[in-house]
Design a protein around this ligand. Structure first.
Ligand code: CTP
Ligand code: CA
Length: 224
């Protein structure tokens, strides 16, 4: 019995994930988006399910798909929809890992008709979206909360300041500097940083392997 439980250490646990980009509407046919593929988040979903967890995967628009009864996929489009979905499930989960590339800004007004090219230039006024991760950090109780940080300069310092300001248990620093890592590709180079001061740098690996490293690391951290 103990042996079986060890193979599914997350059995009975719930994991909330965000993945992919968000799309912020400009008009009925246009949006502001980014190049996030969603691969990292979907790999974390599979790795969590393989350890026995019940997974809630909130994803922006991607080409990824899942075929696993332990993974409940919730498709959203905008940062606001992702925020609402994340808050709907957060109270009930044990671990939350937010890997989505959420738009930081959205058009202040969404045109109800397709914009016409009337003028020689066009300015869009943007407003801030809500920070989903920070909002969960502000209300977290028992949850182990994990963020991602994509940095191109002062990587470690910026990641550590996000870890603190968003009240996280851990942050995964994603290095774009190294070839092959980051958006779009199937590999990633990451450093795990915890709020207890641990720092663990990994070699360039497949996103599937990074997801497994991450879940094993979280298991150790939450073992208590
Ligand atoms: N995040 C979020 N909601 C937002 C923006 C970011 O949940 N509106 C989460 C991301 O999913 C990621 C973490 O916050 O886990 C860090 O995202 P990142 O873009 O690196 O940092 P920001 O806090 O947005 O700061 P900046 O883009 O200015 O570096
Ligand atoms: Ca951002």
């Amino acid at each position: 019995e103990q042996h079986i439980l060890d193979q599914l250490p997350l059995r009975g646990k719930k994991v909330l994930l965000t993945a992919g980009p968000t799309h912020e509407a400009i008009d009925p046919v246009r949006f502001i988006g980014n190049h996030s593929s969603g691969k990292m988040g979907f790999e974390i979903a599979k790795a969590s399910a393989a350890l026995g967890a019940e997974v809630i995967l909130i994803s922006g628009p991607t080409h990824e798909s899942v075929n696993n009864s332990a993974i409940k996929l919730i498709n959203v489009v905008s940062a606001q929809e992702m925020y609402d979905a994340a808050h709907r499930y957060f109270n009930d989960v044990d671990i939350a890992i937010l890997s989505a590339a959420v738009a930081d800004y959205r058009p202040k007004k969404v045109a109800s008709q397709k914009l016409k090219k009337d003028d020689s230039s066009l300015s869009l006024e943007l407003e801030r979206t809500q920070d989903i991760l920070k909002s969960l950090g502000a209300i977290k109780k028992h949850q182990y909360l994990v963020g991602f940080a994509l940095e191109t300069m002062n990587e470690l310092a910026n990641a550590k300041s996000k870890l603190a300001s968003k009240n996280l248990n851990m942050i995964v620093l994603n290095s774009l500097n190294d070839t092959g890592a980051g958006f779009g590709g199937s590999t990633n180079k990451v450093t795990f940083i915890t709020n207890s001061g641990q720092e663990l740098s990994h070699a360039l690996k497949s996103k599937a392997a990074v997801a497994q490293d991450l879940m094993q690391f979280i298991l150790k951290q939450t073992h208590a």
